[in-house]
Design a protein around this ligand. Structure first.
Ligand code: IVH
Length: 713
């Protein structure tokens, strides 16, 4: 009698589940299409994973509700129009994702493998090959007789797109395999990930931003390296693709023919496959490691987590693969994924949150930066509540409004940024489009001076100069920074109080600070006050270049300050130099010259210089550089990497600059020489890739001396 209502109840539950399952399938299909086909995701990957997992869970607990067309039963994505379809001989599968980001995720995988293999608890540990999970786009490279014949995207796993022309522009991908140390099979399909390094991505977006600022409205910035890489691979014009700097890592095989004959023994483990790929000249990541058992997996996960922020590229986790190939075969596949591999995630670098307000911050040179105040969100391993919107143009182009749901990205050491708005979640009655001038009523939010934007610039600035407390704080911090006057102990907290309490208003006032005044500040004892006074005293002995740099003249960075110091030799000559005279300094163009002239044309800036001199700040002055002084490295750009036997980084840099050369932070096609010492890293690798000449310290010294003077005695 009582079964009736219960049955009804059960039916209602099943009905509810069915509805949820259908809704999940529709959502997943939608977001997969946004991600795979349009490279324009609307939700962060972590949310997508959560939806997918919920569906997997429901289908697992209610197998009767699973249907063959569920997204869990196949790999998503469709062939784009415009590229020829390529049928994959061996399907390009995906791997199961473990989203428990703690070490339990690793233990669980090992436990499952042992269960599937029927191993007793006392049986030996399973060997795994651990790799990074690169965040890019999966590619199949087909080599026939060692020559790259075709490159294809994954597509739906069965059929991908022919992107050979674009892939051929990726310099890291060999067009012909190296077979001197190891012969290669007749047909070899290499599976791997095309990705974009973070520095290449930042530079690309910087370039895009200036194009947009210069009026190229059809250009856009990219939301993350993965999207930029995917966009480049699917660029119909290979010339454009070639300008988007892509990189590649190989991690597996597709079809292989002609392997296993008498001549050519096929590898028996995954780690040997990776070694073979590397021997053939394909880039294989160096972090890969063969480990034993759960403890090995846990240690790998932890170690990589520690270095994740310092990697030059994004990863969203690590991948564990059973190393032995015959064991892999025993484990086999479940519909969509191999049982012998898993991707173990890290906390996502992109998350969704609500933008509460847009604040405007004032930088050292008065630059006004819109900053998003966020509902705190855990992203990339920390809680983020502020993210940059770069400038007004960017904020407007992304159409960011207060109250919007946004995607925030924090990767590596880069400052968190708002990458996009989730328009579907825009609440009714959301704030108006961002308008910086209107918001500020045309005045600096800190000092109320008028704001201005120079022609052709994207940034608005406060015109208050050192009258503005915000700029004054930045100016003091910059003056005290390591490469300027190097005053240790004069950090954010101290400067904040010194300015807010009206103790220090100008740079020279720093030199009037006594222990008593400093010791009265918050979080400052007698000891640290005395240390700070001593550091301020010590900073009086400086160099003209440091002093000039420390003044914080717009467009005068360290290198320009050095050039000016070398060229003129004295501060009075610099302060008195005409535009024409300034333009004679190497690398000083009209904008820089005008900025220097404009700075010293203001009487209060000259006064600051006089007062600093009167306070005892001093340096050696010289006669300046005669135009016939030899500059053997003029016009050359060098990159330093590793530890040189006798010269420190700073010494090497100073000597290169004294010889007229420039030192850059990263290797690009514009680099002329790379100077490498012990333990040189990726910069040396990049130099080799780009075919840039490499020098050791002796080579550098020889260059610094310049070519032997003909006829010299
Ligand atoms: S192995 C059958 N290894 O992550 C195993 N995949 O779902 C095939 N990925 O589409 C994948 N790094 O694009 C493998 N070291 C790695 C990887 C990796 C990134 C990507 C790949 C694949 C997805 C896994």
């Amino acid at each position: 009698m009582s079964t009736q209502p219960n049955d009804k109840g059960a039916q209602a539950v099943i009905h509810g589940l069915q509805e949820r399952i259908q809704a999940l399938r529709a959502l997943i299909e939608h977001h997969a299409r946004r991600y795979y086909e349009f490279d324009a995701p609307e939700i962060p990957d972590s949310d997508y994973d959560r939806l997918f997992q919920e569906l997997q869970q429901l289908e697992l607990s209610h197998p009767q509700l699973r249907t063959p067309d569920s997204p869990t039963q196949r790999v998503l994505g469709q062939v784009l129009q415009g590229f020829a379809p390529v049928a994959h001989t061996v399907p390009m599968l995906s791997i199961r994702t473990e989203t428990d980001t703690t070490e339990a995720g690793a233990r669980e995988f090992d436990a499952r493998i042992r269960r599937e293999l029927g191993l007793a608890p006392e049986a030996a540990a399973v060997r795994y090959c651990c790799e990074l999970k690169f965040d890019g786009l999966a590619i199949n490279l087909r080599y026939e007789h060692g020559v790259l014949a075709q490159a294809a995207t994954r597509g739906d796993g069965e059929t991908g797109e022919d992107v050979t022309q674009n892939i051929r522009t990726v310099r890291q991908i060999p067009l012909r395999l190296q077979t001197h140390s190891r012969p290669c099979p007749e047909v070899l399909e290499v599976r791997g990930e095309v990705y974009m390094r973070r520095d290449d991505f930042e530079a690309l977006n910087e370039r895009q931003r200036s194009l947009i600022a210069a009026g190229h409205r059809q250009e856009k910035t990219f939301v993350n390296p993965r999207n930029a890489a995917a966009g480049a691979v699917r660029q119909l014009d290979p010339a454009i693709a070639a300008r988007r700097p892509l990189s590649f890592f190989a991690y597996g095989l597709g079809q292989v023919q002609g392997w296993g004959g008498a001549l050519l023994q096929g590898p028996t483990s995954h780690s040997e496959i990776l070694q073979a790929l590397s021997d053939w000249g394909l880039p294989v990541d160096e972090h890969r490691q063969v480990v034993e058992g759960a403890a090995g997996l846990v240690a790998f996960h932890r170690d990589i987590k520690g270095v994740r922020d310092h990697l030059p590229f994004d990863i969203d986790g690590v991948v564990y693969k059973v190393d032995d190939r015959s064991t892999q075969d025993r484990l086999g596949f479940v519909t969509r994924e191999p049982r012998w591999a898993v991707a173990h995630k890290y906390p996502a670098q992109e998350e969704m949150t609500v933008l509460r307000a847009i604040d405007i911050q004032v930088g050292r040179t008065g630059k006004l930066t819109p900053v998003a105040k966020l509902e705190p969100v855990f992203v990339g391993g920390t809680t983020v509540s502020n993210a940059t919107l770069h400038n007004e143009e960017e904020a407007r182009r992304k159409d960011v409004r207060e109250g919007d749901t946004v995607i925030v990205r924090r990767a590596g050491d880069v400052i968190p940024e708002v990458v996009s708005v989730v328009l579907q979640r825009r609440p009714p009655g959301v704030g108006a489009p961002f308008d910086l001038v209107q918001r500020l009523s045309g005045r600096c939010p800190v000092c109320a001076s008028p704001i201005a934007r120079e022609q052709g610039e994207v940034d608005w600035r406060c015109t208050g100069g050192l009258y503005c407390p915000a700029q004054r704080k930045h100016a003091l911090l910059h003056f005290a920074s390591r490469r300027a006057l190097d005053i240790e102990g004069l950090g954010d907290k101290v400067v904040e109080q010194l300015v807010d309490l009206g103790i220090v208003g100008t740079l020279p006032e720093l030199y009037r600070l006594g222990v008593a005044k400093l010791a009265a500040l918050d979080r400052m004892g007698d000891k640290s006050a005395a240390n700070l006074v001593a550091a301020i005293e010590a900073s009086k002995q400086t160099s003209l270049a440091r002093f000039l740099f420390g003044l914080g003249i717009r467009h005068v960075g360290e290198a320009t300050a050095k050039d000016l110091a070398r060229h003129f030799g004295s501060i009075d000559r610099i302060m008195g130099a005409s535009l024409q005279a300034l333009l004679e300094v190497p690398d000083v163009g009209p904008i820089v010259a005008q900025s220097i002239r404009g700075f010293f044309d203001q009487p209060h800036h000259r006064e600051v210089v006089e007062q600093l001199r009167a306070a005892g700040v001093q340096w050696n002055e010289g006669r300046g550089v005669r135009s016939d002084t030899p500059r053997p490295l003029a016009g050359q750009t060098l990159v330093l990497t590793g530890t040189l036997p006798t010269l420190s980084r700073d010494e090497a840099r100073e000597r290169i600059e004294a010889a007229g050369g420039k030192v850059a932070g990263s290797v690009s096609r514009k680099t002329h020489w790379v100077v490498a010492g012990a333990e040189a890293g990726s910069k040396l690798e990049k130099a080799r890739e780009l075919g840039i000449s490499v020098l050791d310290e002796d080579g550098l010294k020889a260059m610094l001396e310049g070519p032997a003077q003909e006829g010299a005695t």
